[in-house]
Design a protein around this ligand. Structure first.
Ligand SMILES: [Ca+2]
Ligand SMILES: [Ca+2]
Ligand SMILES: [Ca+2]
Length: 275
């Protein structure tokens, strides 16, 4: 029986994980039993189904846009007259009888075709990836940050937001945390932004975490620009440079604020390069 349609509260499906029962040998196999999807806004959606198996790793997330295609593999109904031993042999060569391939598409009219995604490896672990946002045209040549001042005995969150200013003057941002104030804009003297490094505080356990605290960019002319923020953490490795053109889009990972808890605001960021 087909179940009810499950819908993302916001955005669209971007990754999945499959509940699969390991091969039972002579027992009654079911292979895939259920599936769960994650949405752009971090929500996980799944239907009720009997789950004999375990959920495996989550698939990669669509780098932009969302899931727009599906391909399934289904074992045909077995012919009568074959012995269980024969089925067992078949199962060994074909132990997972269902798999799924999803394809991702970028269809958002604000999205652009990009030639690289710049990432760093030291981003914080909390939060959900927001929507990717692109300059309507041209590259980003300036940025500003939203950082929270030192809070003393109260909860610190450090960096909460990053904005890019495009050549056209348009300003773009992905998810932004609620703490902190926007600082003044830092602009490349020539050219545009084309790589970055993130200042991140490692997890502090029971202590007050902030995750990402500050960011530095390079411009195409070699200038290094740095945000003004309290830095509890360390800078990790620089991202790759845009292979051609420059940074034209942004996506941030921000922890949704929890009341009376240890919040961290912005945790990680990635930038898109366009030609
Ligand atoms: Ca932070
Ligand atoms: Ca903590
Ligand atoms: Ca905190």
């Amino acid at each position: 029986m087909w179940s009810n349609i499950m819908t993302c509260p916001q955005g669209n499906l971007i990754s999945f994980s499959l509940n699969v029962e390991a091969p039972m040998g002579m027992g009654d196999d079911t292979a895939a039993n259920n599936i769960q999807f994650s949405c752009t806004d971090g929500t996980i959606v799944k239907n009720k189904a009997k789950e004999w198996g375990k959920y495996g790793d989550w698939s990669k997330r669509c780098p932009a846009g969302g899931i727009c295609g599906i391909q399934t593999k289904v074992e045909p109904v077995q012919e009568p007259g074959k012995s269980e031993a024969e089925y067992f042999k078949m199962d060994l060569s074909n132990s997972i009888v269902i798999f799924l391939i999803f394809s991702c598409c970028v269809w958002d009219t604000e999205s652009r075709s990009y030639n690289a995604i710049l990432t760093v490896s030291n981003g914080g672990k909390w939060g959900d990836w927001g929507k990717e946002e692109f300059c309507p045209e041209g590259y980003a040549r300036a940025f500003s940050i939203k950082a929270q001042k030192k809070q003393g005995i109260k909860d610190d969150t450090g960096l909460n937001g990053i904005r890019l200013e495009c050549e056209s003057g348009a300003v773009i941002e992905s998810t932004v945390g609620k703490e902190g104030k926007w600082s003044r804009i830092k602009r490349c003297p020539e050219g545009n932004l084309n790589s970055f490094t993130l200042n991140v505080e490692p997890p502090k356990g029971a202590g007050d975490d902030t995750a990402a605290n500050n960011i530095q960019f390079t411009c195409t002319d070699g200038t290094v620009l740095k945000g003004e923020a309290k830095e509890w953490g360390k800078y990790g490795d620089w991202s790759k440079h845009c292979p051609a053109g420059g940074i034209c889009g942004i996506q941030t990972k921000v922890e949704a604020p929890k009341k009376a808890a240890d919040n961290t605001g912005l945790n990680d960021v990635q930038f898109y390069c366009c030609e």
